[in-house]
Design a protein around this ligand. Structure first.
Ligand SMILES: *[C@@H]1O[C@H](CO)[C@@H](O)[C@H](O)[C@H]1NC(C)=O
Ligand SMILES: *[C@@H]1O[C@H](CO)[C@@H](O)[C@H](O)[C@H]1NC(C)=O
Ligand SMILES: *[C@@H]1O[C@H](CO)[C@@H](O)[C@H](O)[C@H]1NC(C)=O
Ligand SMILES: [Zn+2]
Length: 253
């Protein structure tokens, strides 16, 4: 799919983008290995009940919301503190835009909450090229019933500064079933194996009407700094490179 600066051309300026161990990938059944020792995902301080200064910015690939580092994942060997969250959507006339796919099935959208290893690195800039630097919590988004948490989130997205947001409410109810593998950020400079991806197997559901609205809003915001139309900001699936995807649930569908 066309992205603001054309993913087919990334590797001419960012060699890692054309290299090994890239993300996203298609979660094909033959790549999955059940690991009964994977603990349920645990996140802390995801309910931003007090007013935080959150800033919305456009990095040229997606619209991202900065997050405070007291939000963190506590179920990994290191503490991974939140840095930002962003979405991958389709376009207004093609509402499928998740980055990861499951046996070829692409979902309506995907949320990424990006964390850095704050036990070892002072900030995300120092962590982004390290093999244990990042952890990305991914959530598939499907079309279905109305979701008040997402509705509130997007309603205030443009003027999001100093608002209380419950990011936890954007996650699926159950966090014990997920895919986990080593990959890269899906935008340049694509450092390999810098990120452990933890993608919830269950989906968060939003209404069709709302998704179309959010997609249009998101695309118009993303276009402010680019002259190329944004037709879905997801990267095409990358080769698995002999990687194994650990799954915390039996019979990875
Ligand atoms: C790809 O990148 C090269 C080097 O930056 C540039 O010369 C070329 O115009 C780009 N091609 C496209 C289609 O963007
Ligand atoms: C990240 O940490 C490094 C090392 O402490 C520092 O030099 C750099 O300015 C920091 N970057 C940001 C964006 O805070
Ligand atoms: C997945 O989400 C649906 C809808 O919210 C829910 O009914 C179901 O119990 C969830 N399944 C798991 C395994 O969490
Ligand atoms: Zn992403």
């Amino acid at each position: 799919e066309a992205r603001p600066d054309g993913e087919h051309n990334w590797s001419s300026n960012y060699p890692f983008c054309g290299g090994a161990f890239q993300s996203p990938i298609d979660f094909q059944t033959q790549l999955l290995r059940y690991d009964p020792n994977l603990p349920p995902i645990q996140v802390q301080n995801y309910n931003l009940a007090t007013k935080e200064q959150l800033t919305l910015s456009n990095n040229g690939h997606s619209v991202q919301l900065s997050l405070p580092s007291h939000m963190y994942i506590s179920s990994l060997p290191h503490r991974y503190s939140a840095a930002q969250l962003h979405f991958h959507w389709g376009s207004s006339n093609l509402l499928t835009g998740s980055e990861h796919t499951v046996n070829g099935k692409r979902f309506a959208g995907e949320m990424h909450v990006v964390h850095f290893n704050s036990d070892k690195y002072p900030n995300i800039s120092m962590a982004v090229d390290k093999h244990d630097g990042l952890a990305v919590l991914g959530v598939f988004i499907e079309i279905g019933e109305f979701n008040p948490a997402f509705d509130k989130f997007f309603k205030y997205m443009n003027g999001i500064k100093y608002r209380a947001f419950n990011i936890h409410a954007l996650l699926p109810a159950r966090l014990d079933e997920y895919y986990r593998y080593d990959g890269s950020l899906t935008t340049p400079p694509c450092y390999p194996i810098s990120a452990v991806y933890i993608v919830c197997s269950n989906v968060t559901v939003v209404s069709l009407q709302f998704l179309a609205l959010a997609t249009a809003l998101y695309a118009s915001y993303a276009q402010e700094s680019t002259t190329v139309p944004l037709h879905g900001n997801y990267r095409k699936p990358q080769i698995a490179d002999n990687r194994v995807v650990l799954v915390s649930f039996k019979d990875g569908k």
